[in-house]
Ligand binder design. Sequence first.
Ligand code: SF4
Ligand code: SF4
Length: 335
Amino acid sequence: MKLTQHPEYQRVYIANEEAFHLCEQAIILWRARNEPISVPAYGLTWTYESAREFVRELSALFQEYNHVLWNGFNYCRQCGGQCCVADASNVQPFDLLAITLLDQSAPVLPENISASERQCIYLVNRQCSWPAEWRTIKCWSFYCLGTGPWRPGALISELRGEITCELQQLVRTRLPLPLQRYETIQGLALADALDDPVAFSEAIHNALFEIFVDPLNEVYPIIDLQLGNNNSNTPSEPRGALTTSLLLDDQVATFIAEAVEEACETPPVVPAELTISVEQLLQDLEALQWIIEGHPSHESQLLHEMYLHYANAPAPAPGYPPSIWYRMRDYLSKM
Ligand code: SF4
Ligand code: SF4
């Protein structure tokens, strides 16, 4: 298909390309000035070179992490990468800073691409076009059991637990020192979040934001830190858009009421593509109700994070109604 016709063209590909150039300019300036950036809350002082070393260590850790997934277990090899779907890449500021610090670039795609509209725009001939040294943290972190077949007689939780346990050992032993410092100050262990890989990637991004992205951004303003979301320079919402958003709120409120009833009465089966439970779905529905009622200032961020829980929900087969998971994904993608 034509690159420009892919649903992710503007909001992912172009948005990330523009943000990448801003990151690149900031890093070039930092390198030229050669000024350290101090982060007193975590006892850290970054130089251009120490930031490069940090990113190289993280890259090595995640490459090993993926080696475990592809060679220590057979789920990914069996499935061949079905998680490379539209909206799965979740490119964050640190990803763009990392590729800059590794002297790499955001993918530049040809006029005609091989990805279908349901696949990630960065998927080229079944291969990821991000640099081998840096896939996005979300993509690198993600794991699941694929579509089987699985070891006969084993529970899903047992099979997932085996992966989690191995990845936790790796992360605990190879986590770079600045992130260990973050863990000590915050009193948490990032590897503990690994039973949900999307939550783990969010926890890593939160840590990276605090120890590196935000301090860098204060000295070298990079970007609207919510890629693809509105920023303070965005003009106020036109009336038409506001009306549409109110109508959408009504539709979402109706959906929430139906979904809560359905999930409580007949708990739906969780598709293999998702790493969420029915309990978490109910929590998300509750949070979604709160969001549409209060429209908090960080609404976009909350909705985006919630969307990631359902991004891989499979579309219904022709002639079948969409599952509760797919409807959740659908509503969240419109908000
Ligand atoms: S869908 Fe799951 S099993 Fe398949 S490649 Fe992705 S993480 Fe591996
Ligand atoms: S690994 Fe690459 S192709 Fe797959 S979802 Fe991530 S960015 Fe897209």
